[in-house]
Write a protein that binds this ligand. Structure first.
Ligand code: NAD
Length: 500
């Protein structure tokens, strides 16, 4: 059976650990390969390699670093079919969805191809007599990235192209559930001309993560994953003096006003609630129709569409949603559905019990729809991360906004309406990091930044765009006096503006 090791100094490295984890095809429940789980010693070895490579890469002119990114972008585009199949085999999502996430990742690489422009500093002539001031942004050093299973290609690509282009070395610890696509992309990055040791992949679990968090040679940590783990990463990483951004879980609401086009709303909800089996941090998991009439029309429009969803493995080109990632996840989603029923929510569409011939052990769940969910229910408060949409009926627009603002998560939200006044009021008032108006999954393009508010993000910086550049760099400001021969005499007072 194929065994996946690490990728270090531009080549595969088995490491010294005897510990292995199973990589499972979620469509069949079969173990398809084994992934090495690094020991502390192995991770420390990789950290040492990255730390050694970092200064040379930081000193490489940004235009030369960008040249590697141009090559990398071309290689990703050329290999997108192969990468998508590799990704779907371990994750379970459909091939078009896998290609979509790789394409969104490539956009970040394209963004950093312009890194010389992004790193241009500021200059002020004559802040005092013969005194000029300027600022530059310099790489932080070695950055570690810890990423989730649900976007095994895209989420890492949100991080390391920005880190590398701005002159940092990077160590990626991908999800142990679907690591293969990352390993193949690492080969492409080496082929693109990245010097040895600048980008490395260590596979592993908590032991690997804790080693990265504690090492004095790691300067910053980017994390994407669940809130429980993200909060832990933030606290342990910042306690060790690192810069940390931890992007976490979500419960994204879509508000539907009475004037919304119900066909457009239904299309939007079908894709955003059930696409990728609901395993997206920007999935809409709560629909909030305003007014009983809007709610009734919504349920009527959605029900047949959810029942008609094609649940199938990625190998079936007509599949609209594949299996969820693991048996554990499958059981957890079933448990949430039971809790919803027990608490009195109305399960209008029950997606349990899907049976596919030849895939009896796969983790398939069809689309589920709950009506009459209330805000005290667990299925409303917690992230289910499966194909389950809850409808919470709101009496008024203000009640809908308050509901969103009171929720502990603040990743994404959307409003569907034809009323421009309401739309503007909505995006201005909601306490959420990413807002869509008639757009159900408002994932920002690469040159803007991705990130939530409240318990969906710990730390200050969002990912990619200028926020990503700021996270990966430190500001340095110089104040210089030329010609050097001018004497000003000793000055004991703090006289700003005189001669700086
Ligand atoms: P997860 O938190 O279980 O795992 C994420 C990473 O943390 C993995 O690399 C994993 O190996 C590591 N990890 C797991 N347990 C750990 C522990 N005890 N100590 C140290 N490291 C540990 O998340 P997941 O199930 O892979 O991904 C799904 C979650 O990610 C969902 O909550 C989803 O909302 C979230 N997510 C958020 C965003 C965002 O941008 N906000 C994007 C994608 C996914």
């Amino acid at each position: 059976m194929n065994s996946i090791g690490h990728f270090v100094s531009n080549e595969h490295w088995p490491g010294t650990s005897g510990r292995l984890g199973d990589v499972i095809n979620p469509a069949t429940g079969e173990v398809i390969s084994r992934v090495t789980l690094a020991t502390k010693e192995d991770v420390d070895t990789v950290i040492g390699i990255a730390a050694k490579a970092a200064p040379g890469w930081a000193a490489t002119p940004p235009a030369k670093r960008a040249a590697v990114m141009f090559n990398f972008r071309d290689l990703l585009k050329r290999h997108i079919e192969e990468l998508a199949v590799m990704l779907s085999a371990e994750h379970g999502k459909t091939i078009p969805d896998a290609k979509g996430e790789i394409a969104r990742g490539i956009e970040v690489v394209e963004f950093v191809c312009g890194v010389p422009q992004l790193l241009k500093g500021e200059y002020s002539e004559a802040v005092g007599q013969n005194v000029d001031s300027f600022s530059v942004r310099q790489p932080v050093g070695v950055i570690a990235g810890i990423t989730p299973f649900n976007f095994p290609a895209m989420v890492p690509l949100w991080m390391y192209p920005v880190a590398l282009a701005t002159g940092n070395a990077f160590i990626l610890k991908p999800s142990e559930k679907d690591p293969s696509v990352v390993m193949r992309i690492a080969e492409l990055l080496a082929e693109a001309g990245l010097p040895e040791g600048v980008f490395n992949v260590v596979n592993g679990d908590k032991e690997a993560v804790d080693t990265l968090l504690d090492s004095p040679l790691i300067d910053a940590v980017s994390f994407v994953g669940s809130t429980t783990i993200g909060e832990y990463i933030y606290q342990r990483g910042t306690a060790a003096g690192k810069r940390v951004q931890a992007l976490c879980g979500a419960k994204n609401h879509m508000v539907i006003l009475p004037d919304a086009d119900m066909e457009q709303v239904t299309d939007a909800l079908i894709g955003s609630a059930y696409g990728s089996a609901g395993e997206r941090c920007m999935a809409i998991s709560v629909a909030v129709p305003v007014g009983e009439g809007t709610a009734d029309r919504l349920i009527e429009a959605l029900t047949p569409r959810i029942r008609a969803l094609k649940v199938a493995p990625y190998t079936d080109p007509s599949s609209e949603l594949g299996p969820v990632i693991s048996k554990q996840s499958y059981d957890k989603i079933h448990d949430y559905i039971d809790q919803g029923i027990n608490k009195g929510a109305n399960l209008v569409v029950d997606g349990r019990g899907v049976e596919l011939q030849g895939y009896e052990n796969g983790y398939f769940i069809g689309g589920c729809l709950f009506d009459n969910v209330t805000t005290d229910m667990t299925i409303y408060r917690e992230e289910i991360f499966g194909p389950v949409l809850s409808v919470v009926r709101a009496e008024s627009y203000d009640q809908a906004v308050d509901m969103i603002n009171d929720h502990e998560y603040g990743n994404g939200t959307a409003i569907f309406t034809r009323d421009g006044d309401a739309a503007r009021d909505f995006w201005s008032r909601v306490k959420i990091g990413m807002v869509g108006v008639n757009v159900p999954i408002p994932v920002p393009v690469a040159y803007h930044s991705f990130g939530g508010w409240k318990r969906s993000l710990f730390g200050d910086h969002h990912l990619h765009g200028m926020e990503g550049v700021r996270f990966c760099t430190r500001l340095k400001t110089m104040t210089t006096r030329w010609p050097s021969g001018i004497r000003t005499g000793a000055e004991f007072n703090f006289t700003a503006g005189k001669d700086a």
